[in-house]
Every structure is written in structure tokens, then in C-alpha cells.
Write a protein that binds this ligand. Structure first.
Ligand SMILES: [Mn+2]
Length: 363
């Protein structure tokens, strides 16, 4: 993906780093950057690696097992095939250029670096930040994939009301949802489904249990499908049969907070300011202190992709970044509400990709 590699080297130049070549390895630690820079598909490519050069060119090195997948990928890389560990090391030695090798220190193991140092004697330079910023701005193809994953997810949310019944367990509901996601075209899940009933909804990363559905329960659902490796991320909170005044008030406060966050997500905004303004909004209500996580995160090849929307996110929002906005209010032993959408930053208002209604639904 020449344009992605060129953008990476632009970031590297901006940071005044001197890099002759970048190594992206899917060796002992499966580095997702491999798929970002190669756009290879049809294989797992364990043990494979990429070398990226400042002119935008790249070389893909893979085992005989993945040779066919690499050739079918129609990438703009040259392909080299190894059939043994020794050959792999020899190819690395031959094709790494120069004395300054860029690596994503956050994506490579200590073990692998030690191995690399046995043959490579130049400088190893961390380019985690530059890779993160390159990946944060999505190109058209990436946005199309995230959009499709979001469409599948929204459609499945629309099918949830028909799945709810007295005595249904969280695990059973998760299974029904996952079946529908696949049926609607998801190739996999973006992450493990969260289905939390009643007071269980006060735990943001709850794991579904055998707890059964009862009248008046919160039904917090956080799930999404994956499409062409790209993720979506979406949460809705429904009420089963009835909702009391307290539940409605929590819901309305979260919805207002979410709309505020969406309004502020625009090019030029500082990421942490958006988090802080939503957090302040909730803290000015009776639910002070009950918003207990960050406002959102980037999304792409990973559900928690590069860059976040948290109190320490000190960078500027740019067009075509894709984020979630997901405030919540969590009351221990009572329950919680979270509303989450996946959005693309646009010049004016962001485009909301997860379109299922956010009206308070009593099912
Ligand atoms: Mn999320």
C-alpha cells in the first residue's frame, strides 16, 4: 500500500527521525500493522514480515505455506519466499537497508528484538507514534469496510427486540446475537459480546453469565461484527417491559452527553477537550463521578485502534479519523447505561456509521 507507506515516511520526516527502512514483523507476536501496510488477505501470515522503504516501495517475505495467499493478494509489494528459519534470517539480512531501522516497539517482542540484534548491528528506532498517526487517518477503502461492518451491526441491533423474552439468559442472548451477526454478513466478531441484564450493566466490561432477564431490567448490549478485517463498535441500552424514573433519567443524561460529544468531534478540536467536556456535563448532574472510563477510541483493524479520546489525548482531531463516542453512567448494584456509536470525522458534522435508533426503547 504505497500511499500508506508514503504517509508513514512523511510522519517520520516530520518528527525529524532518520529511518532507512522499516521492519513490520508478524513473527512471534502477530503484528496487525502487517495487514495495514500490505493489504494482504487470505492467510494468517504467521512468521511473515514486511520491509518498507522511504520511496513507498515494500517487500513481503513469507513462508511457502502462505505463498499462494501472498500472490493472490495483488498487493504492490515484491514477494520473497523462505522455506526455513535460516532462509528467513538470510533474507532479512539481505534486504534491510542502512543503519537506521524503524520498528514499532509496542508491536514487537523483546525476544524478537534480541534475535534481530544477532545479525543487525545498526540502530533500532521506535516509530510507534508515527505508525499510530498514519493508521488513525483512514482512507476510502478502510472507511467503506468500517461502514459495512457498522451496517451489519446496526441491522443486528434492530433484530434484538424480537430475541428478548422472560427467563432468557445473557449467554443465550449473546449466542443469538452472534448467530445473527454472521448471518447478516459479519466475517467475525469485533470483540466478545457484552450482554448485561439488570444491575450487571454497571460493569463496563462485563462478561455474559447465566443471569436471566426480568421485568424492569436494563439490557445493555455492546457488540459488533467485523468486515474485511475491519471493526465496528456499538452499544445500546434497552429496558425490558418497563423503566422507572431513575432509569429514564440516567438514559436521558447519557444520551445528551453522547450528543454533546458527537457535536464536538470535528477537525481542529483537541481530543482531550471533547472527553473533558462530556465528563463535565455528566459531573454537573446528580450522576457526578459515575462516568468511569474514557469517552471513546479510534477504531479500524483493531477494535481499540490507535489513538483514544481520553483526558490525556493531546492531539488534534483530523478529517477521516474514525472514533467511537461512548459515554456511560454506572451505578453499582443498580445498573448502568452506555450509548456508543462509531463515527467518521468530517469537515462539518461527523458521519454516524452505527445508525440504529437511540430513542429510549422499552421492549
Ligand atoms: Mn468501544
Amino acid at each position: 500500500m504505497r500511499n500508506r507507506i508514503e504517509r508513514l515516511f512523511e510522519y517520520i520526516a516530520k518528527e525529524k527521525k532518520n529511518i532507512d527502512c522499516v521492519l513490520v514483523s508478524r513473527s512471534t507476536f502477530p503484528d496487525i500493522n502487517f495487514f495495514y501496510f500490505s493489504d494482504a488477505s487470505g492467510g494468517l501470515f504467521d512468521g511473515s514480515f514486511l520491509l518498507l522503504y522511504p520511496d513507498g516501495s515494500s517487500k513481503l517475505f513469507t513462508s511457502t505455506m502462505e505463498q499462494e495467499a501472498a500472490e493472490k493478494s495483488k498487493g504492490d509489494f515484491e514477494i520473497y519466499v523462505f522455506s526455513s528459519r535460516d532462509e528467513r534470517i538470510k533474507l532479512l539480512e539481505e534486504h534491510i537497508k542502512g543503519n537506521n531501522l524503524g520498528l514499532s516497539f509496542s508491536s514487537i517482542t523483546y525476544f524478537e528484538v534480541e534475535k534481530l540484534k544477532e545479525t543487525y548491528k545498526g540502530n533500532l528506532v521506535d516509530i510507534t507514534k508515527e505508525i499510530n498517526f498514519t493508521r488513525a487517518i483512514k482512507d476510502r477503502k478502510e472507511i467503506e469496510n468500517i461502514k459495512k461492518a457498522s451496517e451489519i451491526t446496526s441491522k443486528t441491533f434492530g433484530e434484538v427486540p424480537d430475541m428478548l423474552s422472560d427467563g432468557l439468559t445473557e449467554k443465550e442472548l449473546s449466542f443469538k446475537i452472534e448467530f445473527q451477526l454472521r448471518k447478516n454478513g459479519a466475517e467475525a466478531l469485533s470483540y466478545d459480546t457484552i450482554a448485561a441484564f439488570g444491575a450487571n450493566s454497571s460493569l463496563p466490561h462485563y462478561e455474559s453469565s447465566d443471569c436471566t432477564l426480568k421485568n424492569g431490567d436494563f439490557v445493555l448490549l455492546d457488540f459488533a461484527g467485523r468486515y474485511n478485517k475491519y471493526c465496528s463498535d456499538m452499544t445500546r441500552t434497552f429496558f425490558y417491559r418497563k423503566a422507572n424514573q431513575e432509569q429514564k433519567k440516567i438514559y436521558e443524561t447519557v444520551l445528551e452527553a453522547q450528543m454533546l460529544g458527537i457535536d464536538e468531534l470535528k477537525p481542529g478540536a483537541i481530543a482531550k477537550d471533547i472527553h473533558n467536556s462530556v465528563s463535565k456535563y455528566i459531573d454537573d448532574t446528580e450522576f457526578k463521578g459515575r462516568f468511569i472510563h474514557s469517552l471513546g477510541h479510534g477504531i479500524g483493524l483493531e477494535t481499540h485502534d490507535t489513538l483514544g479520546l481520553s483526558p490525556i489525548s493531546d492531539y488534534m482531531i483530523e478529517e477521516n479519523m474514525v472514533f467511537t463516542i461512548e459515554p456511560g453512567i454506572y451505578i453499582p448494584e443498580f445498573g448502568g447505561v452506555r450509548i456508543e456509536d462509531t463515527l467518521v470525522v468530517k469537515k462539518g458534522k461527523p458521519e454516524i456509521l452505527t445508525t440504529f435508533t437511540k430513542d429510549l426503547l422499552i421492549i
